[in-house]
Design a protein around this ligand. Structure first.
Ligand SMILES: [Zn+2]
Length: 254
């Protein structure tokens, strides 16, 4: 593995700095190891976080978390990363169409095979921002391929697969979400240490990292995703690879 000869690309969309590692870190690091080009988009700079490090203003925390996000993406081997300027905690109140348009434009320019984001359940902590990222990204996935949507943006492009991250464990002492059943169970044990190291690039979230450390040690060797959209008509089936059959990978591509 390794190298960049696969010519495969993946976009990952999250809401907050640290989503890229705790939710998607295994998939991103695995893709990097396989030479798959990755682009992480984070919609906010995380100013509304409960844990605020030693900062004394939202702006200061946002700046700290922006740098943490960059360091985490570097550890994960992410090819491109970008932070948009939406307000943390406020995604349920933004203009849906214009926000989705920002994602459509990026999907059309980057031309990924695969798009990943949170599930509509909002992830392990059922955060409303995660729910909104899920819905915005899912709409953008489909609208990117529709000529009637945002004709003024970059040329129409339809990615091949949309996946939502989903749960294979729950956070204790929290009301459990109702996750979508997975169709992909990724073995990310080979990059589990990198995922943990990426999480530690977010020292402002130190108490969160500490309180979830045992959980991620126990469950962090796997990440589960649900295939939410794909080309063609097919029954749901379980796989271990989001890129199976694309560009020569796996059984259908051989
Ligand atoms: Zn988050």
């Amino acid at each position: 593995m390794g190298g960049t000869s696969l010519n495969l690309k993946m976009i990952c969309v999250g809401a907050h700095p640290d989503d890229e590692c705790f939710a998607f870190g295994g998939a991103l690091a695995l893709a990097a190891e396989r030479g798959i080009e990755t682009y992480v988009i984070c919609l906010t700079d995380g100013q509304a976080a409960k844990h605020r490090g030693d900062t004394d203003s939202g702006e200061a925390l946002g700046a700290v978390r922006r740098a943490e996000f960059e360091a985490s993406c570097k550890v994960l081997g992410v090819t491109h990363h970008e932070m948009l300027d939406f307000q943390d905690g406020q995604l349920a109140f933004i203009d849906f169409s214009s926000a989705a348009g920002q994602l459509v434009e990026r999907i059309r320019r980057f031309r990924p095979n695969v798009v990943i984001t949170f599930g509509v359940d909002g992830g392990p902590n059922t955060h409303p921002d995660h729910m909104m990222v899920s819905m915005l990204t899912s709409a953008a996935f489909h609208w990117s391929g529709r000529a009637k949507r945002y004709p003024e943006l970059a040329p129409v492009f339809q990615p091949q697969r949309l996946f939502h991250a989903t749960a294979h464990f729950f956070l204790p002492e929290r009301q459990a979400p109702l996750p979508v059943p997975w169709t992909v169970k990724l073995d990310v044990s080979s990059v589990q240490a990198r995922k943990a190291l990426a999480f530690r690039q977010h020292p402002s979230q130190g108490p969160l990292i500490e309180s979830t450390r045992e959980l991620f040690e126990q469950y962090g060797g796997e990440e589960c995703y649900a295939l939410m959209a794909a080309e063609g008509i097919q029954p749901m089936r379980l796989t271990a690879d989001m890129f199976e059959g694309l560009d020569g990978l796996g059984e259908r591509g051989v």
